[in-house]
Ligand binder design. Structure first.
Ligand SMILES: NC(=O)c1ccc[n+]([C@@H]2O[C@H](COP(=O)([O-])OP(=O)(O)OC[C@H]3O[C@@H](n4cnc5c(N)ncnc54)[C@H](OP(=O)(O)O)[C@@H]3O)[C@@H](O)[C@H]2O)c1
Length: 169
């Protein structure tokens, strides 16, 4: 049975990005993202894929899946789908790997509307940036939340941040 999860980092205003880029450099959160998604399937919007520097994509050690409406879109070593339903249908019998929705904003919105989404990893960054892309609000009452980590601001991290794990009730 397919398992669908989501991973995101957002600021105090739910901001996740600006000018098709991240707004911060937080190596410990990047490491958390790498560790959590390693060996799994990562599902991303075409804009998110474009935002990853060419030398870092496809993200290594994970099957990279891209959603686009463009039927002519191709990317080396990536799987392309034209709807989230088609993607979920392809992986419906996946037993070993978790499907991680890794953004951006449009993909998170689609995932939050899907009944397949049963788990979320949310990093909350303790700072307000000026974002143009946001993580959508969702019904917190339908989710159980636990704090799984905290990182202080330090010379490599301009803000403190907390790691949260959500499971669908
Ligand atoms: N903080 C975080 O954790 C985090 C994580 C990831 C990304 N981000 C940030 O998020 C921003 C990008 O997010 P975004 O919302 O602009 O774009 P996005 O969600 O990455 O990608 C949007 C694209 O996905 C495709 N798409 C969307 N819905 C679709 C559907 N129903 N069927 C088929 N294809 C579909 C379309 O591609 P086509 O236009 O090709 O048709 C659309 O333009 C960047 O700033 C990035 O840095 C932040």
């Amino acid at each position: 049975m397919m398992k669908v999860s989501l991973i995101v980092a957002m600021d105090r205003d739910r901001g996740i990005g600006r000018d098709n880029d991240l707004m911060w450099h937080l190596p410990a959160d990047m490491q958390f993202f790498k560790d959590t998604t390693k060996g799994q399937v990562v599902v991303m919007g075409r804009k998110n894929f474009d935002s990853i520097p060419e030398k870092f994509r496809p993200l290594p050690g994970r099957l990279n899946v891209i959603l686009t409406r463009n039927k002519n879109f191709h990317a080396y070593n990536c799987l392309i789908f034209h709807s989230l339903d088609a993607c979920f249908n392809h992986f419906k019998d996946e037993e070993n790997r978790v499907l991680f929705i890794i953004g951006g904003g449009e993909l998170y919105r689609l995932a939050l509307e899907s009944s397949y989404l049963t788990e979320m990893f949310i990093t909350t960054v303790d700072k307000a940036y000026v974002a143009d892309t946001f993580f959508p609000p969702f019904n917190e009452e339908k989710w159980a939340r636990s704090k799984i980590g905290f990182h202080e601001a330090d010379e490599k991290h301009e803000a403190s941040f907390t790691f949260w794990h959500y499971t669908k009730k």
